[in-house]
Design a protein. Structure first.
Length: 317
């Protein structure tokens, strides 16, 4: 199979039929062997009913339905797990991503040798204050922090070689940072393509300012994980050793001063250096313990998933 198209969605009943036919026209005109995976992230409208109808009449349509709204990252994780294509395309269900970009994205993976290609919505039709300006600030911070030189981390339209999506783990709200996860996993052939952005035709955006706050917090998390996720002792142990060294130096100074320099002076416990030394040693010990616990957890953790699938359509055929 050439292509798997993974589409996470939440309450997009008005756009699904139009989106399917648009994708199908592009796929058939280019001769692709393809599947379309709709991942219903707990919709409360008739989205699943429409997906069921499409799956009954079109065998290339497959669906997964979550028990409740678990989030876009979990929807992508579930879609990646069952995707069968050599190239996997992700896109949003709101008709703002243009399926006519897919053939060129496919060529960039198959012929140009990219392992991941991210769309860049250079010209956007979103609100400048609510989305465009925060998005630019977010992308700037992501580039500087991660070292991945993309203009638009948030673009839902991306193409992946199958090895990428079968290797990385998209959890929490890390869907924004899939290129960073891919780079950290060793997939460094990451490209970018300017893609056409469409005005929203139906419904309202699910994107709020709180998602940017969570996005920046996730950026800090992934920066930490990328550097120390597999060796937490390197971080906590280094800080622990530094604090213990500081505490030992103060203790040594107090001991020498009391024994040899000023034996008749104040009690050691009356001096502020004593409490600095004590605090530093306690913190150093705690940091060492945090590093040991992190290493133990890392070595004993078992894989799992943090979503529940309620129904599926055609995915095991």
């Amino acid at each position: 199979m050439n292509l798997s198209i993974v589409i996470p969605l939440l309450n997009e009943e008005e756009s699904l039929n139009e989106l399917y036919h648009w994708i199908a026209d592009v796929m058939q005109s280019n001769g692709f062997l393809y599947e379309i995976l709709f991942i219903d992230d707990g919709s409360t409208d008739d989205s699943w009913k429409i997906i069921r109808t499409l799956a009954e009449t079109h065998p290339e349509v497959k669906g997964l339905r979550f028990l409740k709204n678990f989030g876009k990252s979990q929807a992508l994780h579930a879609g990646f797990a069952v995707a069968k294509g050599e190239v996997v395309i992700t896109m949003d269900a709101d008709l703002q991503d243009n399926p006519e970009e897919i053939p060129e994205l496919y060529e960039m993976i198959c012929k140009d040798g990219y392992q991941l290609v991210s769309g860049w919505k250079k010209k956007r039709y979103d609100s400048v204050v609510a989305k465009n300006l925060p998005s630019k600030l977010f992308n700037l911070a992501a580039r500087k922090t991660s070292g991945v030189k993309l203009h638009d981390f948030n673009c839902g339209l991306k193409a992946y070689h199958k090895d990428v999506i079968k290797t990385i783990e998209v959890t929490g709200e890390m869907h924004r940072y899939i290129p960073v996860l891919a780079k950290n996993a060793g997939f460094d052939k990451i490209g970018e393509k300017v893609v056409q952005h469409q005005k929203r035709k139906y419904g309202t955006t699910k994107f709020g300012m709180e998602r940017f706050i969570r996005g920046f917090l996730d950026l800090i998390t992934i920066s930490f994980i990328s550097k120390f996720g597999k060796r937490p002792m390197h971080l906590f142990g280094a800080w622990g050793a530094l604090m213990l060294f500081v505490g030992f130096c103060f203790a040594l100074y107090l001991g020498i001063d009391k024994l040899f320099i000023n034996p008749g002076g104040r009690l050691i416990t009356d001096r502020p250096q004593f409490y600095i030394s004590l605090t530093a040693m306690i913190l150093g010990t705690q940091l060492f313990l945090a590093g040991f616990l992190g290493e133990l957890i890392l070595r004993s953790k078992k894989g799992g998933r943090d979503y529940i699938i309620k129904e599926d359509l055609n995915v095991h055929d």
